[in-house]
Write a protein that binds this ligand. Structure first.
Ligand code: ATP
Ligand code: MG
Length: 567
């Protein structure tokens, strides 16, 4: 490619709302332009990167036997009604009608469409397993599209769906997909971590996310200092405590607690570690056609993990409540406790099961109970609803957990029969009995990966593409194109590299050296060969974008040298 002919509109200014390096540099360097909130155009450089990532994904997916398909982006609303997901997805679904008044949805993911495709076409266990995938535009009308390609409304996803006749076979495919995703991310040159993920309300028996490690990541993940354990904070577990703070010694009784308005006040009032206080978090759980108030009880030293809490009540969302709403159902905000609660859905953190020496609200103004034995809550609803903290014990070894930030670039999920049952997609087993397909689903954010590469590989000057993702591997910069020797040597090298299959671009623009160098740094080609003043002495320079090192090389050796570097 000739820079002089290329459509690479670089700019000095970043978009006003851009805070992430990838958003700033991908826009400034002419990879993408914004159309509207969460909608982007890919320009030639951006399209090349996208295609490179797609090619790697295609290669790795087909090497493990997955078959590529391409399903309609426009999907019939009936399928979403049949699966029952229309409510779950809510406003993220972009719905419209055609001229015949038929209702459609722009596909945000394709489980329903894939199940419908396979239904009645795969009819026997002998035709299983099957793994079908596509690389396709998705549309989700996200509430807050932001960070450029990171959270778009229109974005590109690789979505794969596997069909099986046994759980064991699903487990095998799930592991294979995990291994394949790892290969893809390694090839892309990314530092990543596979973590346990929240399986959401859909349930399913296992789910993992692939997180690219970056400070700008929207997800918090808990990782072990010693072993491989890592989990999204929404799903992270911890080991049982081994050491305990001093317990308050008191017989069961009601205590007057004047001027105690918070958990901190309460801890000071009784001079006790918050571990022994029972915290009540009140939320309104919103369901399809109804809503209810829920009391979540957990130790004062813990915080409610909302995703865990949401899953355990199976609601669409949890919203905050006003003190007046609590009073309206006959309870006293600030003095809530679990004893004698009637007609309110109560959920207890697993860590308070059979807890002793507890101090909790007495459901009366300015009153608390002390010396509470929670083993009285025999048939209560216990669940893991608390958030792991840094310093908590790893659930798999004796290491400690700490937080790090990640960008979710992939999500693999054991679905089981949720969709096949809902859509009545069945095959005949060995005994001739109809069974719903056992399924897995495997998503990867292709356009998000473009941004993730830059989040991990950038500096104040711009992008630093990895070898597998760069739009061009080598940029040949002719410092002064009016100098015939420089230009002809540049052209010679350009032809030689191209005929060796190296993706090269020649910067043959009538611009100053400094200007061209700034563009090279901003765009971030791994190598720039500067053909400049030193050519008269037989030398050129190789500029390595990742290390910022400039090396003088004899013009006679530069071809061999660069071929060695790009290997
Ligand atoms: P997130 O938690 O980031 O909203 P998700 O859990 O909704 O993502 P999935 O339904 O698992 O996402 O989709 C599979 C993959 O698609 C994600 O792992 C992510 O890489 C990508 N993806 C999802 N939503 C977006 C988006 N709005 N913009 C770009 N990529 C996205
Ligand atoms: Mg996900």
């Amino acid at each position: 490619m000739r820079f002089s002919k290329a459509f690479i509109p670089t700019a000095k200014e970043a978009p006003n709302d851009a805070t992430l390096a990838s958003h700033i540099f991908l826009t400034r360097a002419g990879f993408i332009t914004q159309v509207s909130a969460g909608l982007y155009n890919f320009l030639p450089l951006g399209k090349r990167v996208l295609r490179k990532i797609e090619n790697i994904v295609n290669e790795e997916m087909s090497s493990v036997g997955a078959q590529e398909v391409d399903l309609s982006f426009v999907t019939p609303t009936e399928l979403w009604e049949e699966s029952g997901r229309i409510e779950k997805f809510g406003k993220e679904l972009l719905r419209f009608k055609d001229r015949k008044n038929n209702s459609f949805v722009l596909g945000p993911t394709h489980e329903e469409m894939m199940v419908n495709l396979v239904k009645n076409r795969i009819t026997s266990y002998k035709q299983l397993p099957l793994n079908l995938y596509q690389i396709k535009t998705k549309f989700r009308d996200e509430a807050r599209p932001r960070f450029g390609l990171m959270r778009g409304r229109e974005f590109v996803m690789k979505d794969a769906y596997s069909f099986h006749s046994s759980e064991d076979d699903l487990d095998r495919e799930f592991d294979l997909m995990e291994a394949t995703y790892k290969k893809i991310l390694t090839r892309l040159g990314l530092d990543y971590r596979v973590v346990e993920a929240d399986s959401g309300a859909i349930g399913g028996s296992g789910s993992k996310e692939l997180m690219v490690i970056a400070d700008s990541g929207e997800d918090t993940i808990a990782v072990c200092s010693k072993c491989e354990y890592g989990a999204n904070i929404e799903a992270a577990k911890r080991s049982a405590r081994l050491e305990f703070p001093d317990a308050p010694q008191a017989d069961f009784m009601k205590f007057k607690t004047p001027n105690v308005n918070s958990l901190e006040d309460l801890a000071i009032f009784f001079k006790v570690d918050p571990y022994y206080l029972l915290k009540t978090v009140v939320k309104r759980a919103v369901f399809e056609d109804s809503s209810e108030i829920v009391f979540f009880f957990l130790r004062g030293s813990d915080d409610l993990q909302e995703a865990k809490a949401l899953n355990t009540v199976g609601a669409l969302e949890l919203v905050d409540v006003e003190a007046s709403e609590i009073e309206a159902i006959g309870y006293k905000a600030g003095f809530l406790g679990p004893l004698d609660v009637e007609d309110v859905n109560c959920v207890f953190d697993i860590d308070v099961k059979d807890a002793q020496n507890i101090i909790c609200g007495a459901n009366e103004d300015e009153k608390h109970f002390v010396g509470v034995d929670l083993s009285v809550l025999k048939d209560a609803h216990f669940a893991d609803i608390s958030e792991v903290k840094e310093g908590d014990g790893c659930p798999c070894c004796d290491g400690e957990l700490s937080y790090t930030k990640g960008i979710e670039v992939g999500h693999i999920f054991k679905l089981g029969t949720t969709y096949s049952s809902a859509l009545k997609a069945e095959y005949l087993d060995e005994n001739g009995k109809a069974q719903p397909f056992i399924m897995g689903t495997y998503g990867m954010g292709i356009s998000r990966l473009v941004a993730a590469v830059i989040e991990q590989h950038n500096d104040e000057k711009g992008c630093k593409w990895t070898k597998e993702t760069s739009p061009y591997m080598v940029n040949i910069m002719v410092s002064n194109i009016k100098d015939e020797d420089q230009l002809s040597f540049g052209e010679l090298l350009y032809d030689k590299l191209q005929s060796s299959g190296v993706e090269a671009i020649i910067d043959d623009r009538k611009e100053r050296f400094g200007f061209k160098m700034k563009d090279a740094e901003l765009i971030g080609f791994p190598y720039t060969i500067v053909v400049g003043k030193e050519l008269v002495n037989g030398n050129v320079q190789i500029f390595d974008r990742s290390t910022l090192e400039k090396t003088e090389v004899s013009k006679d050796n530069v071809y061999e040298k660069i071929m060695g570097l790009i290997k």
